[in-house]
Design a protein around this ligand. Structure first.
Ligand code: SF4
Length: 441
């Protein structure tokens, strides 16, 4: 057996790809190690959402290159979004890399390893338009030990928001076949996973590329919901204007589908949204959020926001802060704008916001997110809720189990027994900024 170490950066999609790559390698006699110095094969699964993540990847492999001087058989693979974007140029940047594997061809990994072992340098980074190339292969998956199994349902994105690198790194939107998703879900449940999270840059576009135009996310949720047993289903991420009425209607009718929507708004200003090439304005977003709240009881709605998009004025930034209040967004991921090569907004250099202004806006944005998160958590004090336990740990000298409610609130519960993987009923007793406290009933 040979040892492989994979360093994973970035989003859940990359983490899911790593699980698949480890699964394939296990099929070809590689075993995972958490200790990079022990590995025969070192791989980095990179993220290019911000320059900082890209720089971190280069610095990590720099160290690996030094190790290779004393261990010439060591193989180094550069994978993921930065690989997809930069391709062969990476060999010039770091001559010790043995293979470059973009996001579209991770299923070629076993073949690539064979070629690399024969002494070839390999680069697989062409864009794929076929679900067969990058999604549909039936290899084992080495999932992270957890209660939740991530299952990608779409790859890529067609939206071309002006700040976003995803269409260039993950390609055009491709939906995975329902039978493959169903099989992966059943396999994960048989292995003891208690939650299935469907993953995609835009899950609401699921099925748009199928010949059968009637099989969309709502139908997939119904099919998954019909699988026997006690488990939960989640889905992320939703593009606001792609959330169909059919989906909003079906969620409360399916007992396993959780009351949780992640709907990135990105800016509270309609003018900025237009420059971002988002296909909605503030009013449209407000209507969608309201429709979800009206139909799905106790729903948690989370979002993403960018501070300091090129040309953003102070007034426009303040509209983002007021949007978080007005739409009662329960939590939001935040980031300062980072220009990404190839994207439209990266060319608007004369409109770039000064770094110190971006940092200051990001701080105010984070303060607003914290304030609303606490407000949202307080709403549940006194309620009885079902929690799926994910962890058992000693927290500040006390034994606690932690888990999530159906609507994705993290709950800390005093308990001396490890109940990971169980559904427990809890009375909510208090609220902190990032979690709520509860007691077993
Ligand atoms: S919809 Fe999301 S993934 Fe697609 S281009 Fe826009 S921000 Fe990027």
């Amino acid at each position: 057996m040979k040892k492989v170490y994979i360093e994973t950066m970035g989003c859940q999609m990359n983490k899911s790809d790593t699980e698949r790559m480890l699964g394939m390698l296990s099929h070809f006699d590689y075993v995972e190690t958490k200790e990079p110095r022990e590995a025969d094969l070192l791989m980095i699964n990179t993220c290019s959402i911000r320059q900082l993540s890209e720089d971190k990847a280069y610095s990590a492999i720099g160290l690996w290159g030094k190790w290779k001087k004393n261990k010439p058989d060591l193989k180094i693979g550069f994978c993921g979004c930065v690989a997809q974007q930069k391709g062969e140029a990476l060999f010039k940047r770091a001559h010790y890399i043995d293979f470059v594997l973009g996001t579209h061809h991770i299923y070629k990994l076993p073949e690539i390893i064979q070629r690399v072992n024969m002494g070839e340098k390999v680069c697989e980074c062409e864009e794929s338009h076929s679900v067969e190339d990058d999604c549909a292969k039936d290899y084992p998956i080495t999932r992270v030990k957890s209660v939740n199994a991530w299952i990608p349902i779409t790859e890529g994105c067609n939206n071309f928001c002006t700040y976003c690198i995803v269409p260039y790194t993950r390609g055009r939107e491709r939906s995975r076949l329902p039978e493959i998703i169903m099989k992966e879900a059943k396999d994960a449940l048989a292995q003891g996973y208690k939650e299935i999270t469907l993953l995609g840059q835009n899950v609401d576009s699921y099925g748009k590329d199928f010949q059968d135009k009637h099989y969309r996310l709502a139908q997939l949720l119904q099919d998954l919901n019909a699988i026997e047993g006690k488990f939960r289903i989640r889905f992320v991420t939703s593009y606001p204007t792609d959330i169909s009425d059919e989906l909003i209607d079906i969620v409360p009718k399916l007992d396993k589908v959780c009351e949780y929507f992640h709907i990135p708004m990105q800016s509270g200003s309609s003018e900025v949204l237009k420059k971002m090439n988002r296909r909605y304005d503030r009013e449209t977003y407000a209507k969608i959020v309201q429709k979800v709240r009206d139909n799905v009881k106790d729903v948690t709605i989370t979002s993403d926001f960018i501070a300091g998009f090129p040309g953003e004025t102070e007034e426009q930034f303040v509209e983002t802060l007021t949007a978080i209040d007005e739409f009662e967004l329960d939590y939001s991921n935040t980031a300062a704008y980072s220009p990404r090569e190839k994207t439209v907004a990266a060319k608007w250099v004369d409109k770039f916001i000064d770094e110190d202004v971006k940092v200051e806006r990001l701080k105010r944005l984070n303060d607003k997110v914290k304030e609303n998160c606490l407000k949202s958590n307080k709403k549940f004090i006194g309620r009885e809720m079902e929690v799926l336990i994910e962890n058992f740990e000693n927290h500040k000298g006390k034994n606690v189990i932690t888990g999530r409610t159906r609507n994705n609130k993290i709950v800390h519960i005093p308990c001396d027994t490890d109940r990971t993987g169980e559904f427990v009923n809890v009375k909510i007793t208090g609220a902190k900024t990032w979690y709520i406290n509860g007691e077993l009933i």
